[in-house]
Structure formats: C-alpha cells, structure tokens
Write a protein that binds this ligand. Structure first.
Ligand code: SD4
Length: 343
C-alpha cells in the first residue's frame, strides 16, 4: 500500500542543504540577465553541460547546445549512454534519441544500431525529412545516407562483461514482475545495479539560450538486456522530452514504460502551463504515476527534470538517488533531487 505520510514536502527538504557534495533541492530561479542556462540529468551531465555551455556562452542557439552537449556523453566510454551501453538480450546495442526546438520542431530515432550519435541523426530527421521519427533499419539507412559512419557493433569491454554475466542466467524480469526483488524490498524495491545505483544509460538535457529560447535532447542505450525491439520513453516526444517555448521544457529518465504511460514530460509541461513551478510540476507528475500504478510500480525509478521559460529549475523523482547538473554563468553544480520516497 502506498503511504502518503512518506511524502516529504519540498520545503522540508530545503533545509537539508549539501549532501554528499550535492545540493538538495532545485536551483534558484535565474534572473533573465543570468541566461543562458543548461541542465542535464545525472552526474554525467556535468561534462555534457560544459560542451553545451561552449555554445551558449558565445550566444549560440539552445538547439545547438543540447545537440553538442549530449554528443559528449554518447562519445564517453565511462557511461552507458550510446554505443558503450549494455546490449539487448540478443547482444546488440540499440539506441534511442530525440531533440526538440523552440518552434515545436522535433525529430527522433529509435532502435538504431551501429551509429555513434543518434541525437544528431534525430536532428537530421527533424530538419531533413517530413517526419518526426525513424526506427530500426530505416533509421540506420537514413543515417548512412546522411554520411554518418557505420560503427563496428562490437560491445565495449564493460558491456561485454555485463552481457556475459547476464547470459549466465538470461533472466529476463521486467521490474513489475521481479518477484524476488519485491519479496526482499517490498513493492518499491531499489533498482538493480550491484553498486546500488541506478544505471545511467540515459542523458536528457534542456537549455535556455541568451535569446530566451528553449530546446531539449535525450539519448539512451535504453534498458540493458531488454527484449529485442524494445523502445523506451527517451525517443518519444511528450514522454522522454517535451519543449514548449511559451511555457517550459521537461526531460525524463528512469523506467521508460512508466514514463510513457503518463506521457510524462508533456504532463510536466502542462502542469507548468497551469501555473505550477517546475518542481511542483515534476512532483505532480510523479504523484499521478503513483496514483495510476499503485502497487504495480515494482522496483522502478522515474525522474523528471524541468525548466520554465524564465530559467526556474525543478526536479522530482519517485525514489532517492536522482541527480542533475546545472551550468549557468555563476554556477556549475550537481544537485540531488527530492523524491516521493524522501531522500
Ligand atoms: C528507457 N528511460 O529506455 C530510459 C532508461 C533510462 O536511466 O532513463 N535510464 O526506459
């Protein structure tokens, strides 16, 4: 049963201050002269933000910033985003990404194999086709025609090791069916990594440029050892990402199936449209999920990160552990998000 007494209000969390070097609570609202601004999910967002900042600080466009920013993470061998990520259960890395600009233009790719920068392919879909989304071999064919190189498809060392380990049991257990985990930890058991951390196989980024225009991007290798062909929320406009220049923008990370069910990022933006702050809006979306799914949520994590058009930043997650990185003129910091289950 869900226990609402566990719901800790944002204001109570505000007094906790710095925790593990990360500041709890969302960043302060930035006055217009403090623009530009970029935020992204998880600690890996720090490096990605730097690349985005190079674009933004020179007066560049938010759209270019969010593309350049997450390309850094797609390139990195130190995290699971991009081709370095964990494969599906058949041993192939399949990538999902999307991008959206201040005019409602958007592009996305899903189930894309052997292409290093899905976010850039998504941008080409947006700019060079009459469509929003290309998937699988069609997306790869388009990428090749656009001059993206075909990569080897060989798994990274870490992914190879993880896959070999997974193959020992080949245990495909979608979170809501993970009975053992439920028995051990209750219906909202912690997520799966041996290290105890959520697997950061996704980065989502939102930027507000000097002109006050918003854009966002999201890129992922998706859930490790997923069924072949499985696509999560990350490439789905409205689920993994949504941008409305009149209101704000939101990006999601965590269990894609749950985020899709509530069209999470769009929902957060709509809450902002109704006058709620970014943090209140993220929190309302998590509440909606909890309300809809009750004890069906299994051991999943779901996290939202949002900014409004004036530069206010907010986040909220289902469970503790979600972090996000902020880069603005006077700050470069990782924040720890509040969550439904406290911190
Ligand atoms: C997915 N939302 O494919 C992604 C996974 C994720 O941190 O965000 N992992 O469901």
């Amino acid at each position: 049963m869900l226990n609402r007494r566990k719901f800790i209000s944002g204001s109570a969390l505000g007094s906790v201050g710095l925790l593990m070097g990360k500041e709890l609570r969302s960043a302060p609202r930035l006055a217009a002269p403090d623009l530009p601004l970029v935020v992204s999910t998880w600690d890996v967002g720090m490096d990605a933000n730097r690349a985005a900042w190079d674009v933004l600080s020179q007066g560049g466009r938010a759209l270019d910033a969010v593309e350049q920013g997450v390309r850094v993470t797609e390139d990195s061998l130190n995290c699971c985003v991009g081709l370095g990520g964990n494969p599906d259960r058949d041993g192939f890395v399949t990538l999902d990404a999307c991008i959206m600009d201040e005019q409602g233009n958007c592009g996305s790719v899903a189930f894309l194999e052997r292409i290093k920068h899905p976010v850039s392919v998504a941008r080409r879909v947006m700019e060079k086709t009459p469509h929003v989304m290309l998937v699988g071999s069609g997306a790869q064919q388009f990428a090749l025609a656009e001059g993206f190189p075909l990569e080897s498809g060989i798994l990274s060392e870490d992914a190879q090791r993880a896959y070999q380990q997974w193959l020992e049991k080949s245990n495909y257990t979608p979170p809501e069916k993970n009975i053992e985990n439920k028995k051990q930890h209750g219906p909202f058991a912690p997520t799966r990594l041996a290290s105890g951390e959520w697997n950061h196989d996704t980065i989502g980024m939102l930027a507000l440029d000097q002109k006050g225009n918003l854009s966002g991007s999201c890129t992922t290798s998706g859930a490790g050892f997923k069924m072949r062909g499985r696509v999560g929320d990350s490439p789905l406009i409205g689920s993994g990402l949504f941008v409305d220049n009149e209101v704000g923008a939101c990006v999601a990370t965590g269990q894609g199936e749950e985020i899709i069910r509530i069209a999470g990022s769009h929902l957060v933006v709509e809450f902002m449209r109704s006058g709620l702050s970014p943090e209140q809006s993220c929190k309302k979306a998590i509440e909606r999920l909890v309300q809809c799914r009750k004890d069906k949520l299994g051991d999943v994590q779901v996290c939202f990160l949002a900014i409004d058009r004036s530069g206010a930043i907010g986040s909220f997650a289902l469970r503790p552990g979600f972090t996000y990185a902020v880069r603005a003129r006077h700050e470069e910091k990782i924040y720890k998000s509040a969550s439904w289950f406290g911190n």
